[in-house]
Design a protein. Structure first.
Length: 242
């Protein structure tokens, strides 16, 4: 390739947008003292602030004290809105499963299963155990009440066993129009270690999504990429603290 060709290739590459897509499940807070919690669901490029993409929900539930309870969603354009009742103090795990969709560019189906934790009335028990999803991220650090700058530790399970060597994509839910200096910063990429653990230090406040990509499944006779997505919130440091 000549110098001109190299410049053209570089320009084309720079024009390609980041392709990180996440099923975002964002509640109004990660800790509540109220009887009802509202949340929204969208399929988007969170670090880029959009756009919202079409998707369908296969199932939405709340896991509490060993049981799943159905949650109703209302479609609002390309997104969904919903709420769940706080029936007693506890750690509520909101789980939303996306219907598989065909990704032509990759020649496979993709399905994401996203969850987020909401602590009601300071119960703080049960957040460190799997809930039985085919693939899921189990926090090893309490997944609510985190400061920006805290290091989050997760452990990935597939079919009930720790998953080594899995790719973990990390993105910030950019709802305030932040601009990245270079495109490669939009999606951070990690790998789980031999015991299925990964580590990430939350650089600033806001919602952060961790998407674990897994292979080896099929849907309608075609390959299926099944992704486990976890959302956590990093609270801003108190004023005057650096």
């Amino acid at each position: 390739m000549g110098l001109r060709g190299l410049f053209l290739a570089t320009a084309l590459w720079a024009s390609v947008p980041a392709l990180g897509h996440f099923l975002a499940v964002v509640p109004e807070a990660d800790f509540v003292k109220k009887r009802e919690v509202k949340f929204k669901v969208e399929f988007t490029h969170p670090a880029e602030g959009g756009p919202a993409m079409p998707f369908e929900v296969e199932r939405a539930t709340v896991y509490l004290y060993g049981k799943f309870y159905p949650v109703k969603l209302e479609k609002k354009g390309l997104t969904y809105e919903g709420s769940f009742k706080v029936v007693r103090p506890g750690v509520y795990q909101l789980v939303v499963e996306q219907k598989p969709y065909w990704e032509e560019s990759e020649g496979l189906y993709i399905k994401q299963v996203a969850k987020v934790f909401v602590d009601a009335y300071g119960w703080e028990e049960g957040w460190d155990r799997p809930v039985g999803l085919k693939v899921e991220v189990v926090p090893q650090v309490r997944p609510f009440g985190l400061w920006e700058g805290n290091t989050f530790v997760g452990r990935v399970y597939k079919d009930g066993k720790p998953l080594a060597g899995a790719t973990v994509e990390v993105e910030y839910y950019n709802d305030r129009g932040l601009k990245y200096p270079v495109p490669v910063l939009t999606t951070q990429t990690l790998k789980t270690d031999e015991r299925g653990y990964f580590y990430y230090t939350l650089p600033w406040s806001g919602w952060w999504g961790f998407s674990v990509l897994t292979e080896g499944q099929t849907h309608e006779g075609k390959p299926l990429e099944l992704d486990a997505v976890l959302w956590i919130y990093a609270h801003p440091k108190p004023e005057g603290v650096r």
